[in-house]
Design a protein around this ligand. Structure first.
Ligand SMILES: Cc1cc2nc3c(=O)[nH]c(=O)nc-3n(C[C@H](O)[C@H](O)[C@H](O)COP(=O)(O)O)c2cc1C
Length: 458
């Protein structure tokens, strides 16, 4: 309760205002710290409605866990921990004839001294408190009719199954078609994802889990930093110093050594549209298109392109999306760079989403303002996974590295400033584009603009 009578959720030096409530509502919501029965939100009384609003607001910000408590065993059977902000438990309706199977993306693992059920597809993780539930989950590794499950597992909680289905841990199968294997779960784009790749993608970005992201120094107290230089091996060394040429460095060497990261930009003198066009044309434009057989004997032809940077298998799965904050000659907005047509196409992202995207970049760079242009590098995962399966995601990240260095060198050559950004929010991007996260999503970011510092001559 704040001095002005409003209620706030406070954590460290963060405070989130949740609105005004009557004293009776606050008293009824009191047990939230340990467990407030859902029944407290039911009913039409003013108090119940206020508690409902408070609880929904907490849920909206991802501040609630949901306990399924067994009074008989006096223990939590399951605690649901939301991983996305909007999660709200909505058990799917099930009947005896329904056939369920565990999603191929769901996995049980030890976290601390607990067992958790997770999935990169799920908006929540399930902390499993009762080993009998883990046994039921194990039996769901093959399709099961609810009636069979009921017969075998006496303590089966049908509402829990409904929550697991709603949360994406289970999938419901069509009784006529479907053995529950890969092609039964999701569209063609999902079929192409290997388990480890989707886990890596969702856990190494922001938006689909609730762990801290970025320079958190999580185990700095337990493990010291490795030295900047690797200790030398003890074998005979061959010095290369004597081969250093006395000739002046080539323009390319000078460019390579001039490259550096720029995080603060001169907003009175922003990058211009012709400069942006030159930057994109130099780094990412399609140079030629060609076709080839599909290598698998199917007789199909696969289309390919050539572009200025190298890419695994010539797949060129990377796409560029530009959040434009300050570019002379180009309206503020969110654009896709159509590399084939060398054109920018405007997308319908909201001003709040664009602001949020730019703010995350400003935060990641610890900069004094948003970048003039924020380039999000997104991958069309299916384009590369179609051929490479288990190494697809690692190839995507290597391709991003090639592209980022190309960006840095071009920015340096054009006397512009740029900075790679290691984090991206895959949920925000999905909302801005309307694309599902497994179809196309961010894998890298690069801030671009005119540096606030004068370029160093030479
Ligand atoms: C993959 C990658 C991710 C990076 N992420 C960030 C970032 O999130 N924030 C930031 O300020 N700099 C980021 N940087 C920039 C590095 O901090 C920078 O390259 C490094 O400190 C060396 O400095 P220099 O680029 O000026 O030579 C990133 C660089 C790379 C290559």
């Amino acid at each position: 309760m704040q001095a002005d009578g409003s209620v706030a959720a406070v954590s460290g030096d963060h405070s989130l205002n949740l609105g005004q409530y009557s004293r009776a509502a606050i008293e009824r919501a009191g047990p939230l710290a340990t467990g407030l029965p859902l029944a407290s939100l039911a009913g039409r009384s003013i108090v119940a409605r206020q508690v409902h609003v408070l609880v929904r607001r907490l849920a909206w910000h991802g501040l609630l866990d949901y306990r399924l408590f067994s009074p008989r065993d006096a223990q939590d059977m399951v605690v649901i921990e939301p991983q996305v902000a909007e999660y709200w438990p909505e058990p799917a309706k099930l009947s005896n004839g329904d056939i369920l199977v565990l999603s191929r993306f769901a996995y049980l693992r030890r976290r601390g001294n607990e067992m958790v059920l997770e999935s990169p597809r799920a908006g929540a993780l399930f902390r499993i408190g009762d080993p009998a539930i883990a046994a039921t989950l194990a039996s769901l590794s093959r399709p099961q009719k609810i009636s069979n499950l009921r017969r075998r597992a006496a303590a089966l909680d049908i509402e829990l199954l409904g929550l697991l289905l709603d949360g994406g841990m289970l999938i419901k199968l069509d009784p006529k078609h479907g053995d529950g294997l890969r092609v039964n779960e999701g569209d063609g784009n999902l079929v192409l994802w290997d388990f480890h790749d989707l886990v890596f993608h969702t856990r190494s970005t922001e938006g689909r889990h609730s762990e801290p992201v970025g320079g958190a120094y999580a185990y700095a107290a337990a493990v010291p930093s490795l030295p900047a230089l690797r200790p030398s091996w003890t074998g005979k060394s061959v010095s290369l110093d004597k081969f250093v040429s006395a000739a002046p460095a080539s323009p390319f060497t000078r460019l390579l050594h001039a490259r550096h990261s720029t995080r603060d930009f001169d907003d009175r003198n922003p990058v211009t549209l012709p400069e942006l066009a030159q930057f994109l044309g130099t780094t990412a434009r399609v140079l030629s298109e060609w076709k080839s057989g599909d290598d698998v004997g199917g007789g199909g032809e696969v289309t390919y392109t050539s572009r200025p940077y190298p890419a695994a298998g010539s797949a060129y799965e990377l796409e560029l999306y530009l959040a434009v904050s300050n570019c002379e000659g180009l309206a503020r907005g969110f654009y896709h760079y159509d590399a084939g047509r060398h054109a920018l196409v405007s997308l319908d992202a909201s001003p709040e989403q664009i602001r949020a995207l730019l703010a995350t970049a400003e935060f990641a760079m610890d900069a004094s303002g948003p970048p003039q242009i924020l380039i999000t590098i997104a991958a069309r995962f299916g384009r590369i996974a179609w051929k490479y399966s288990s190494i697809a995601y690692s190839l995507v990240l290597k391709d991003v590295g090639c592209m980022i260095q190309t960006f840095y060198l071009t920015a340096a050559d054009m006397s512009l400033g740029g900075c790679a950004i290691g984090t991206s929010n895959i949920d925000l991007f999905a909302r801005m584009t309307g694309l599902e996260l497994h179809v196309e999503g961010p894998v890298g970011q690069f801030a671009l603009g005119r540096s606030a510092q004068r370029p160093i001559p030479g």
